[in-house]
Design a protein around this ligand. Structure first.
Ligand code: PDD
Length: 295
C-alpha cells in the first residue's frame, strides 16, 4: 500500500482525493518539484526547496519558504513509510493555488493551497547512461516563463510523446532555431571541442543537476560556454547529453536518426558522469553552493 501526503495528512494513495475545483486541475496553476533520495538521504534538498520557493513566490501562491522547508521532513517520512530507505526513490511535490470556484484571476485571499507529495521507487537505467539514448529535435512550444517549474507541462508532454513515437528517449527543444533544453532535462553539446549550454534565462529551467555539473566542470577545469547552440551547430556536435534529477547525465548518441559524433558516449560526457556518480554516492554527500542553483 502506497502512502502519500495530502494537505497535512499521510494517507493511503487511494484515499488521496482532490477537488474538481482545484486550480492545479483546472488551470495548471501550481508549482512542482522532483527530488531524488539515495539510501534515505535527499539529494540537494536545499537547492530544490529554494527553487520551489522562488517559483511559488513568482506566481504569488501563499506558501512561503518556511512552509517549503517543512516539506523536507514530509519527503523523509514518505521515503520511510514506503520502505524506500534501502535504495533510490523520487519524491514528487506539488503545491497548487487550491480549490475555488473557477475564475481566471486569483481566488479570495485565504484559499488554502493544495499540498501533495508522493515517493516512488527509482531504478537507475544503467544501460542508457553507458550506451546513450536516441533523441529527436522538436519545436519548443512552451511559454516564456520556462524558468518556473509549473505543473502546466503540455509543451513537454507533446515533445516527449513525439520522442516516444519515434523510439527516442528525449526531445531536444528548439526555439527560433536555438537549442533551449530537453523536454524534461537540461542539455549540453560539444561544438568544435567546446562544451556549450543555454545560459540561464526565462527560456530554460534552472536545473539543479545543471548547477551541480557546472560546479564539477569548475573542479575539473573543463571550460564551459553558456552561448546558445544553434540548430546548425547541433548538427555537427561531437557530444550531446541531457541532465536532470532522474536523468543524471545521459548521452544522446543519435539525434533525428543521425549519429552524434562517433555514435557513442564521448570523453567529456564520461568524465562528467564519473564525477557526478562519485558525488551522488559518496559517503559524505556534498551540497551545492546555494547561489549556483538559481542565479
Ligand atoms: N524535470 N529542464 C526541464 C524542462 C525539466 O523539467 C527538468 C526536470 C530539468 C532538470 O532539472 P533538475 O536537474 O533540477 O531535475 C530541466 C523533472 C525531473 C520532471 O519533470 O520530472
Amino acid at each position: 500500500m502506497t502512502t502519500v501526503y495530502l494537505n497535512g495528512e499521510f494517507i493511503p494513495k487511494e484515499r488521496a482525493l482532490i477537488s474538481v475545483d482545484d486550480r492545479g486541475f483546472v488551470f495548471g496553476d501550481g508549482i512542482y518539484e522532483v527530488v531524488r533520495s539515495i539510501k534515505g538521504e535527499l539529494i540537494e534538498w536545499y537547492a530544490h526547496a529554494e527553487r520551489m520557493s522562488r517559483g511559488l513566490a513568482a506566481i504569488k501562491i501563499a506558501f512561503g519558504p518556511a512552509e517549503v522547508a517543512r516539506l523536507q521532513d514530509v519527503c523523509l517520512r514518505l521515503v520511510r513509510h514506503n520502505e524506500l530507505v534501502g535504495g533510490e526513490a523520487t519524491i514528487y511535490l506539488q503545491v497548487t493555488r487550491g480549490a475555488a470556484p473557477r475564475t481566471h484571476h486569483f481566488p479570495p485571499a485565504g484559499t488554502a493551497p493544495t499540498v501533495f507529495a508522493a515517493a516512488t521507487v527509482f531504478t537507475v537505467p544503467r544501460d542508457a547512461r553507458q550506451n546513450g539514448v536516441r533523441g529527436i529535435t522538436f519545436p519548443d512550444y512552451r511559454w516564456t516563463r520556462c524558468d518556473l517549474k509549473t505543473v502546466n507541462l503540455l509543451g513537454p508532454v507533446l515533445a516527449r510523446q513525439a520522442a516516444a513515437e519515434s523510439g527516442a528517449y528525449e526531445a531536444i527543444l528548439l526555439r527560433d532555431e536555438v537549442m533551449t533544453e530537453g523536454a524534461a532535462t537540461n542539455s549540453f553539446a560539444v561544438i568544435d571541442g567546446v562544451l556549450r549550454t543555454h545560459p540561464l534565462s526565462n527560456l530554460i529551467l534552472p536545473g539543479i543537476t545543471r548547477a551541480v555539473i557546472m560546479e564539477i566542470l569548475a573542479e575539473l577545469a573543463i571550460p564551459l560556454s553558456e552561448k546558445p547552440v544553434t540548430h546548425a551547430e547541433l548538427l555537427r556536435a561531437t557530444e550531446l547529453f541531457v541532465c536532470g534529477t532522474t536523468t543524471d547525465i545521459t548521452p544522446i548518441v543519435m539525434l533525428d536518426g543521425v549519429r552524434v559524433g562517433a555514435g557513442k558516449r564521448g570523453a567529456i560526457t564520461t568524465r562528467l558522469q564519473d564525477a557526478l556518480t562519485a558525488r551522488l554516492y559518496s559517503a559524505r554527500p556534498r551540497r551545492l553552493t546555494p547561489s549556483l542553483a538559481t542565479d
